[in-house]
Write a protein that binds this ligand. Sequence first.
Ligand SMILES: [Zn+2]
Length: 351
Amino acid sequence: MKKFLIIIICLISIVGCGKKEVVPNIEKDKEEETKELTVEDYENNKVDELGEVPIMMYHGIHNKKNDETDYIGGNVDKDGYQRTSEAFINDLEMFYKNNYRMIRLTDYVDGKIDVQLGKSPIILTFDDGLENNIKVTGLDADGNIIIDPNSAVGILESFKEKYPDYNVTATFFVNGGLFNQPEYNEKIIKWLVNNGYDIGNHTYTHVDFSKASGDESIKEIGKIYSILDDIIPNKYVNIVALPFGSPYNLEHENMKYIYESTYESKTYKTKSALRVGWKSESSPFNKDFNPMFLKRIRAYDNNGEEFDIQMNFKLLENTKYISDGDTSTITIKKEDKNLLKSSPNLKVVTY
Ligand SMILES: [Zn+2]
């Protein structure tokens, strides 16, 4: 009798527990998957998807220490358009430690900001297609390019390994000389787009649009799109970095040729244009966001003044975009509701 009771109890407990455990677990998992963040989560993380986004403007990265130049900080030239590799590495460390994670410029323009809860997006751009952006030292036995670890891409690749969650990426804006390595240019461009980087348009001869004719403007833009189309069809971004930031206003008559036209029977359409910058740009969900005239931060040092890196990142401490970690929602503070663009196409959460 005792034995029989024990068996019954065991059976009941196996069947019962089995049922009880399996069913609630499934429900619990579902709950966690769709778990809505609370106001407290937003407050603790200071979520603000109407905050500002830094688009960094780099040119050359020179394999030098900061004390090997004649200028302040990591500047290689007087105006700080060229930067030392030491300073570039320090920039990348600083961005990461301040919870910035990289996103593609083209995704930002499209309003796709995929970073984790509490993290902020940052965008890297390089103008002029300088050799030191991605210096190729030769080919390996399989014909793949060997990249100088001290060039910009060499450094970026080391950060890919160091911080896998950094989401390392950048957009390179080239002229007719591409990366100025005729032997390797095509291989470089293919390698970049196959390894998470983007290529954009910086005009064929680095033209000043305020001084160019309409026909010249079309050729300057159309020719680069055409070259990229031949090497990496459909894989380049239709974004122009305006040389010298010119023309300096959207009303300029050449802007329409930067937007769209036809060059040698090929039609092109530009989705975004970048200025030579000084400060961070607004969220793509802000009503004033204009993808045709985006500001950038000049990556240079000036003792924390005149919108150098230090000054900009200090300003950003209070104004930066901070993600809710969910690409399907835009989470904003109640008081900012009037700043939101009219048809955001995503679910809006206010707190
Ligand atoms: Zn340039």
